[in-house]
Design a protein around this ligand. Structure first.
Ligand SMILES: Cc1cc2nc3c(=O)[nH]c(=O)nc-3n(C[C@H](O)[C@H](O)[C@H](O)COP(=O)(O)OP(=O)(O)OC[C@H]3O[C@@H](n4cnc5c(N)ncnc54)[C@H](O)[C@@H]3O)c2cc1C
Length: 389
């Protein structure tokens, strides 16, 4: 049996659930006016919020949640104007497990059509749309899934950069750590000095362990008004406290070239800003905090690629190669704009839904409410340096 959808979304994390919720909102408004809606579903390999459930137990959202929605300032971590993790979870910096609970609640409350346990293996290009090949036959009683539009929302967390230099296989990527308490050594080297690397050092110091951070750039000293480029206030505050313990040391402008395992030890070779080589020996497995790749690599044939390794999209977040293939989530880039946080990429759900609705001849006027709520950002020229102090 063939099942045809206007839209199929791949991934049920913050982005997939958020864009599904936007479609739900538009359909709901159109149904009230007896207008046509958009048929859609979400295919999720694992379960709703799966990436968040894989976060190290101690990790917290760096962006704070606060129930400010009634005053027109939507909770920074909310995926829709009418929901708030602060309200659902009663916490300001949710853990991964807590945030997954919020996403599950959104799916349940709005009865979003999410099919869990369905891994998308391939997306085939047809003359008039896309065929989605999945691990499981029989999704919604269909053997074959066809979609006119595909929205890729596969995220990044489950695709860590594990080979950034020779010998990286001897290291442990921070995303593979269930809890920092599982590490038994007393002294660690952390490779990578952005949010994940500093979080690793903070967590290790809380356990009384020493952590030496090697950062390609000294993010802890950098000044910028873009939180995608510098450490968040939440992390800077925690880092100050960790530094007072003298367990954390930071080394910036240093690039790791290789890691060798010699007997029971690890030899790290790095290069400083003047090109001088430096050797660091450590007894414990070095921690990799080298970031993540875009999961859209799974369907690399659908996108052209930017030099920074992210998918190239047009002004409405659609593939520059294939009409009807859209990207939502943290891999989204427009020129120098990095839309990696929920509060940034959520503002593009309505841009994608609006584009699809217009092409399908579906009334999209209800999305004006998303614009009014600051959740429909189609002019990125406002996203510059804007803080006087
Ligand atoms: C360490 C870390 C900390 C972060 N902290 C914050 C923060 O504090 N605040 C903030 O706003 N953002 C933060 N981010 C950014 C973060 O990427 C996003 O907040 C969020 O996780 C992205 O949501 P997503 O839905 O795009 O991806 P995910 O949550 O990863 O969801 C993607 C989903 O797609 C599924 N999937 C993937 N491939 C397939 C497939 N082939 N078939 C079916 N399903 C598939 C996965 O199972 C997963 O459930 C952080 C990111 C990282 C890595």
């Amino acid at each position: 049996m063939v099942k045809h959808y206007d839209v199929i979304i791949i991934g049920a994390g913050a982005a997939g659930v958020g864009v599904a919720k936007t479609l739900h909102y538009l359909n709901h408004a159109n149904r009230a006016e007896n207008n046509q809606g958009i048929s859609y579903c979400v295919l999720e390999r694992d379960e709703v919020g799966a990436s968040f459930l894989k976060w190290p137990q101690e990790m917290r959202f760096i962006s704070p949640s606060f129930l400010s929605n009634p005053f027109g300032l939507i909770d920074l971590n909310a995926i829709s104007p009418d929901t708030s993790p602060a309200f659902t979870l009663d916490t300001e910096h949710p853990s991964g497990k807590e945030y997954a609970h919020y996403l599950k609640q959104v799916v349940k409350h709005f009865d979003l059509p999410v099919y869990e346990g369905v891994s998308v293996r391939n997306i085939r290009i047809l003359p008039d749309g896309y065929a989605i090949d999945t691990s499981t036959r029989n999704v919604n009683q269909a053997d074959t899934l066809l979609a006119q539009n595909v929205i890729w929302a596969g995220g990044e967390f489950q695709h860590p950069k594990t080979k950034p230099f020779r010998g990286a296989e001897h290291c442990l990527h921070n995303s593979h750590i269930k809890t920092w308490a599982q590490l038994s050594g007393k002294e660690y080297v952390v490779i990578g000095g952005y949010e994940s690397g500093i979080d690793a050092a903070i967590q290790l110091s809380k356990l009384g362990k020493k952590a030496h951070v090697l950062g390609a750039s000294p993010t802890w000293e950098k000044e910028s008004t873009d939180p995608s480029l510098v450490l968040s206030p939440f992390t800077k505050g925690r880092l100050r406290a960790a530094m007072r313990t003298s367990l954390v040391t930071l080394e910036g402008n240093i690039k790791v070239i290789s890691v060798d395992r010699v007997g029971n030890k690890y030899h790290i070779t790095a290069c400083d800003a003047n090109g001088r080589q430096k050797h660091i020996a450590c007894a414990q497995t070095p921690i990799l905090a080298t970031g993540f790749e875009s999961s859209a690599r799974q369907v690399s044939h659908l996108f052209d690629w930017r030099l920074d390794g992210m998918p190239l999209v047009n002004p409405v977040d659609e593939s520059t190669l294939h009409s009807g293939v859209f990207l939502v989530g943290p891999s989204l880039r427009h020129d120098k704009h990095i839309l990696c946080f929920v509060y940034k990429f959520r503002q593009r759900f309505a841009v994608v839904v609006n584009t699809i609705a217009e092409r399908l001849g579906v009334n999209a006027t209800a999305l004006a409410e998303y614009r009014r709520q600051g959740m429909f950002l189609d002019d990125l020229s406002c996203c510059g340096d804007a803080c006087a102090c």
